[in-house]
Design a protein around this ligand. Sequence first.
Ligand SMILES: [Zn+2]
Length: 298
Amino acid sequence: MDRTGFAPVASRMRNGHSATELPAHAKAFILDFLKISKMADRLIFLGSGGSRVVVATQVVATGGFIIQLGHHQIWIDPGPGALVRAKECKVRASDTDIIFCSHHHIDHSNDINAVIDAMTIGGIRQKGVLISTKTTIEGADDNGPILLNFYKKSLKETYPLAPGDSVKIGDLTFIATPTDHDCDAIGLRLETPYGAIGFTSDTAYSPKLAEALKGCTILIADVLRPGNEKWKTHMNSANVAELFKEAKPRIGIITAFGMKLLKANPAWEARDIQKESNVTVYAAREGLKIDLKTLMVS
Ligand SMILES: [Zn+2]
């Protein structure tokens, strides 16, 4: 032994062990640790804001959210500032291989080209797919496309979907859900080995929305206004309570807050929705994480 208490490598080798060989229990610990790291399937919010005033002021971020699952990193609705928020939340943008963009409004689509640039090393390495609407990918009715031609070529595939369409990638199935918004928009029901993750996108409430998102494990709902304050193309807190009551997710998350909802306090709105729907509800915030295996929220 030297003065540090560690046996020198040479003496360990004399005892019949090579310098790189580890005792069985240490090997098992490291293998277990690597397994745990690989199994850290989770959802991370890079923003909780929506609407024009919140985008312009960035009082809360508009980066969308990330699902890390198996070997996939899925980026949902990368709005303005998405790359900056990813860095703040220690998410490597270059690991992304699937982008889902619900519609072409700027708070949902602004940074799709920037994310593709990051994941394809400036367009050099062809990689990944974009799942979105026809307007976002190809342009329609004087709107879009949002996806630049250069970055379209650097993706492996693009999938323009309408409600009811689906795309299967490995053991994941992306199903486009219906919306009542003021443009070509889709929500998402993502079927995973942990159950379904639902995302309403911007939409008014309708029974068909609740039907499409019924039984999701996690249901993420965009909510613009607090209480029962009406806005015809978006949900308020009362609408989300109705949705959660009908769809019965194990966990409900509210996000994409407008300024009035932020002033009312998202945590209190979540509490009211929980009381009304009898579903556990959290308000999204930058850095909020959900472990997909255990549903632990941190
Ligand atoms: Zn919108």
